[in-house]
Design a protein around this ligand. Structure first.
Ligand SMILES: *Cc1c(COP(=O)(O)O)cnc(C)c1O
Length: 833
C-alpha cells in the first residue's frame, strides 16, 4: 500500500458520523443543484444530458454510500458469518433505476426532476449498461446480489472491473460486427475507488524451500512478476430496507518498483510496455458464452480475481480476529460461480500455509469446508482445462498445491475402489495422455463441500452423467438450486404499468414475496381485470414496436402476436429451429395457405461469440430471411421478422414486458436452466418450449395447459441419437421438405452463393448434436396451437395471468434463501438505517 493511504491523523470523532441525507424532493433538488452547478461546474448555455445524468447519479450515490458504510459497520459489530460470491462476470446493466426503486425514491425523484423541468426517463436513457458479462451466468450473479441485499444477507460480490465489457453488436449487411464497449469512457458515478485496499498478485517465478526454526519447510514463491489489484466498490442496495451490500471489482495495475527498475536501466519504453502487460489483465471480458477459451490471459484473469479477493478477505479476517484461523470456517463461505474462479481452492491453501503459517491438514480443513461450487453447464466444450505446462509457468506454486491435493484425493479414491485404475484416471484432477491438463471442475468438486446444478433436471443429469463418479464418492455434496431472477428489476422496474395493476389488485408485498402473485389467479377470468391486463401488455408492445422501428426500420403491429427469442446465439439454443419455422410460415403465405393465420411479429436478439462461425452464420440467415419476408408484398402484416441488434440488459427491460410468446426451444438436456424464460413468464408471456432446464419447473408451476410443449425429452434425445436420420425425416415431412428446398434453392441467399451451405449441412447431418430436424414437426404443431389460442383473446389473457401468477418460485429471493439455508447458513442482519 502506498504510504499516502496510511492512517496518520487522529481527527475529531464527529468526522466519522454518518449523516442522514434527506429523502424528499427538496433535499434531492438541493443536492442535484450543488452537483450540477458546483461540483460539475455547469453553466448556462448548454445543458448536456451527461451532466444532468451525473448530477442525479451522484445525488443518489451519496444515499447509497451512507447506507453501505452503515451496513458494513453493522456486520462488523455483529461479527456475523459472511459469504463471498466469486464470479468472473456480473452483468449489471444500468444502476440508476434500480437505485431509485430500492431507495424508495421513485415519486420524490420524479417530482424533483419535474420541478427542474427535467424528465427522469431521459436521464435513465443516458446510462451506459455495465456489460461485465456474457449472458445468463453473469446476469444471475447480478440478480443474486440484488436478492442477498434485499434479504439482508451479509454477502459480498467479487469480480473484475473490465475496461471493456461485452462488445457492442452492430449488424452490417446482415452480418454481426463487433465494436469495443468502452463503457467507462464518460466515467462511472456508481463506483468508488479504494486504493487503500490494493493487493499484490504474483505471477511467474519459481518456488524455494527453506527450513524454519521449528524444522518445517517454508515455501517461498520468488522472482515473481507482481501485479497490483486495485478495488472499486459498487453499492448493491436492498429493497427499501437500509441494507447496501458491496460488489468489489478489481482493476489491474503495474507495481511501482517494476517500472522503476526498467526506468533506471534506461529502458523507458520497456517500462511502459510492462505497465501495459500488467494492466491488460483487467482490460477485456472474454466474449465466449458456454465455451472455454484456453488463452493464457484468461487464466491470468482467473487467478487475479481469486488471489486479490482471498487476500482481501484474509486481511479483513486478520484485522478483526488476529492470526488465529480457528473459527475462520465458521464465519466465512465462498461460492464459486462456475469453474472460472476455482483456482481459489489452491490459492486459499497457499495463503493459509505460505502466508499465515498453517499446516496442510488445518489449511485443507478450512478450504474444503468453506468452498462451494455451482456448475452451469453440461456442454463438454465449456469444461475448463488448462495445460499443465502453461499453468506451471504462470503459477508454479499453485500447480504444486494442486498436485498435492490430487495425490491425497487419489489415495482416497484408491482406498474406496481398490484396483480401479480406470476410475482413478477418470477422476484425477490432472488429465493424462497427450498434453497434460488441469481439470478445473474436478478441482472445484474435490475442494468444495457443496456442488450444485441450477435447475432440477440439470442437477440430476450432473449426478447421472458428467459427475457420476464424484456423486458415488460424495453423494452428500450434491444439491440443486434452481435459478431465478430478481422481480425488482424484471417486473417492478421494467414493467411499471403491469406492476401498478398488480399492486392495485393484491397489494405490493409481491415486490419482496413473489409467491404473493398467486393471488392473481382469482382474477384470471375477471373481465375488468383482463381488460386492464391486456391494456398494460398492449402499451408495452407499443414501447417495443417503437424500439424495433427505431433500430430496424420495421413496423411491428402491436395487435399481432409478439413471438420473441432473445439469448446468446448458440446452436444448442436452436435459433435455427425458430427461423425454420419462420420460413415455414412464409412458405404457407406464399402458397396462399393463410386461412385463420395469426399475424406474428418475430423478434430475434443475441450476440454470437466473435470466433463462433456457425452462430454468426445463423445471424446472417435470420437477417436474410427477415429482409425477404419484410419486403415481400404478399406477406404484408401477417408476418414480420427482425433481428434486434445489441441485445443487452437494458434492451431486455423493454423486450420481456412486451412478449406474448417466449421461445425456450433448446435441445432437451442442453440448457442448464435458462433465466430469460423466467423474466418472460413473470411478465405474462406464454412459453413455447422443450422439457429442458427450468422450463420443466416453469410448466409444473404454470400448469401444462398454460405452456406450449413440444419436442423430444432428454431420454428420447439420447435414445434416438444412434439412429438419427434427418434426411429421412425431411423426405417424409412435406412442410419441412419445402422449407429445406427453399433454403437449398438459394431463395434467401441474396446473390451470395453457398452462403448457408454450412447451416444446411449441419442440420441435415446424422451427427447433428442439436437434432433440430427431429423436433421440427412437433414445434410447428405447438406453434400452431399457440397461434390458435392467441385468437381467443380472453383465453390467452387468462393464460398470461396464470403464468405471471405462478412465477413466484422463480424469484432469486427464493433461490438465495435456499443457498443460505443449505450452504451458507448466514444470519440475516438488519442495519436499521
Ligand atoms: C436474462 C438474460 C440472459 C439469459 O437468457 P437465457 O435465455 O436464459 O439464455 C442473457 N442476456 C441478457 C442480457 C439477459 O438479460
Amino acid at each position: 500500500m502506498s504510504p499516502r493511504y496510511a492512517c496518520t491523523a487522529n481527527p475529531a470523532p464527529e468526522l466519522f458520523n454518518t449523516e442522514k441525507l434527506g429523502m424528499n424532493s427538496d433535499a434531492l433538488i438541493k443536492d442535484f443543484k450543488r452537483y450540477y452547478g458546483t461540483h460539475l461546474a455547469q453553466d448556462k448555455g448548454c445543458a448536456s444530458g451527461h451532466y444532468l445524468y451525473s448530477s442525479l447519479a451522484l445525488t443518489l450515490r451519496d444515499r447509497l454510500f451512507n447506507r453501505m458504510k452503515h451496513t458494513k459497520h453493522t456486520y462488523a459489530e455483529k461479527q456475523c458469518k459472511h459469504a463471498y460470491y466469486l464470479s468472473m462476470e456480473f452483468l449489471m446493466g444500468r444502476a440508476m433505476g434500480n437505485a431509485v426503486l430500492n431507495l424508495g425514491l421513485e415519486k420524490e425523484t420524479t417530482k424533483a426532476l419535474n420541478e427542474l423541468h427535467l424528465n427522469f426517463e431521459d436521464l435513465i436513457e443516458m446510462e451506459h449498461d455495465a456489460g461485465l458479462g456474457n449472458g445468463g451466468l453473469g446476469r444471475l450473479a447480478a440478480c443474486f446480489i440484488d436478492s442477498c441485499a434485499t434479504l439482508q444477507l451479509p454477502v459480498t460480490g467479487y469480480g473484475l472491473r473490465y475496461e471493456y465489457g461485452m462488445f457492442q453488436q452492430r449488424i452490417e449487411n446482415g452480418f454481426q460486427v463487433e465494436k469495443p464497449d468502452h463503457w467507462l469512457q464518460d466515467g462511472n458515478p456508481w463506483e468508488l475507488e479504494r486504493p487503500e485496499f490494493t493487493q499484490r498478485v504474483k505471477f511467474g517465478g519459481h518456488t524455494e524451500y527453506h527450513p524454519t526454526d521449528s524444522g518445517d519447510m517454508k515455501v517461498h514463491w520468488v522472482n515473481t512478476n507482481d501485479v497490483l489489484a486495485i478495488p472499486f466498490d459498487l453499492p448493491i442496495p436492498g429493497y427499501q430496507n437500509g441494507t447496501v451490500n458491496v460488489l468489489r471489482l478489481w482493476k489491474a495495475g503495474a507495481t511501482d518498483e517494476f517500472n522503476l527498475e526498467d526506468f533506471n536501466s534506461g529502458s523507458y519504453t520497456e517500462a511502459v510496455a510492462a505497465k501495459n502487460e500488467a494492466e491488460n489483465i483487467s482490460m477485456v471480458l472474454y466474449p465466449n458464452d458456454a465455451s472455454e477459451n484456453g488463452k493464457e490471459l484468461r487464466l491470468r484473469q482467473q487467478y487475479f480475481l481469486a488471489s486479490a479477493s482471498l487476500q482481501d478477505i484474509l486481511d479483513y479476517w486478520v484485522t478483526t480476529h488476529g492470526e488465529s484461523f480457528d473459527n475462520f470456517a465458521e464465519k466465512n463461505c465462498f461460492q464459486l460461480n462456475d469453474t472460472h474462479p476455482t483456482v481459489a481452492v489452491a490459492e486459499l491453501m497457499r495463503l493459509l500455509m505460505d502466508e499465515h503459517g498453517l499446516g496442510w491438514e488445518k489449511a485443507w480443513e478450512i478450504t474444503s469446508s468453506t468452498m462451494a461450487y455451482t456448475n452451469h453447464t453440461l456442454l463438454p466444450e465449456a469444461l475448463e482445462r488448462w495445460p499443465v505446462n502453461m499453468f506451471g509457468r504462470l503459477l508454479p506454486r499453485i500447480l504444486e498445491i494442486i498436485y498435492e491435493i490430487n495425490a491425497r484425493f487419489l489415495r482416497e479414491v484408491a482406498t474406496r475402489w481398490p484396483g480401479d485404475k480406470a476410475r482413478l484416471a477418470r477422476m484425477s484432477i490432472i488429465e493424462e495422455g497427450g498434453e497434460k491438463q488441469v481439470r478445473m471442475a474436478h478441482l472445484a468438486i474435490v475442494g468444495s463441500f457443496s456442488i450444485n446444478g441450477v435447475a432440477a433436471l440439470h442437477s440430476e443429469l450432473l449426478k447421472k452423467g458428467l459427475f457420476h463418479d464424484f456423486y458415488e464418492l460424495w453423494p452428500h455434496k450434491f444439491n440443486n438450486k434452481t435459478n431465478g431472477v430478481t422481480q425488482r428489476r424484471w417486473l417492478a422496474w421494467c414493467n411499471p404499468d403491469l406492476s401498478e395493476l398488480i399492486t392495485d389488485t393484491i397489494g405490493d408485498n409481491w415486490i419482496t414475496q413473489l409467491t404473493e402473485l398467486k393471488k392473481l389467479e382469482a382474477y384470471a377470468h375477471d373481465k375488468a381485470f383482463q381488460k386492464k391486463w391486456h391494456a398494460a401488455k398492449l402499451a408495452n408492445k407499443q414501447r417495443l414496436a417503437k424500439l424495433v422501428k427505431d433500430s430496424c426500420g420495421v413496423e411491428f403491429n402491436p395487435e399481432a402476436m409478439f413471438d420473441i427469442q432473445v439469448k446468446r446465439i448458440h446452436e444448442y439454443k436452436r435459433q435455427l429451429l425458430n427461423i425454420l419455422h419462420v420460413i415455414h410460415l412464409y412458405d404457407r403465405i406464399k402458397r396462399g395457405d393463410t386461412k385463420n393465420m395469426t399475424p406474428r411479429c418475430v423478434l430475434f436478439g443475441g450476440k454470437a461469440a466473435p470466433g463462433y462461425v456457425m452462430a454468426k452464420r445463423i445471424i446472417k440467415l435470420i437477417n436474410n430471411v427477415a429482409s425477404t419476408v419484410n419486403n415481400d408484398p404478399d406477406v404484408g402484416d401477417l408476418l414480420k421478422v427482425v433481428f434486434l441488434p445489441n441485445y443487452q440488459v437494458s434492451a431486455m427491460e423493454v423486450i420481456c414486458p412486451a412478449a406474448d410468446l417466449s421461445e425456450q426451444i433448446s435441445t432437451a438436456g442442453k440448457e442448464a436452466s435458462g433465466t430469460g424464460n423466467m423474466k418472460f413468464m413473470m411478465n405474462g408471456a406464454m412459453t413455447i418450449g422443450t422439457l429442458d432446464g427450468a422450463n420443466i419447473e416453469i410448466r409444473d408451476e404454470a400448469g401444462a395447459e398454460n405452456f406450449f410443449l413440444f419436442g423430444l425429452t432428454e431420454d428420447e434425445v439420447t435414445e434416438l441419437k444412434p439412429t438419427y436420420n434427418p434426411r429421412f425425416i425431411i423426405d417424409n415431412d412435406a412442410d419441412l421438405k419445402r422449407v429445406v428446398n427453399l433454403l437449398e434453392s438459394g431463395h434467401f441467399n441474396q446473390c451470395e452463393e453457398g452462403a448457408f451451405d454450412d447451416i444446411i449441412a449441419a442440420f441435415t447431418s446424422p451427427n447433428d448434436p442439436w437434432m433440430t430436424v427431429a423436433d421440427f414437426h412437433s414445434y410447428v404443431e405447438a406453434q400452431q396451437r399457440a397461434a390458435e389460442v392467441y385468437q381467443d383473446k380472453e383465453r390467452w389473457i387468462a393464460m398470461s395471468i396464470m403464468n405471471s401468477a405462478n412465477s413466484g418460485m422463480f424469484s432469486t429471493d427464493r433461490t438465495m434463501e435456499e443457498y443460505n439455508n443449505d450452504i451458507w447458513k448466514l444470519e440475516k442482519i438488519n442495519p436499521r438505517f
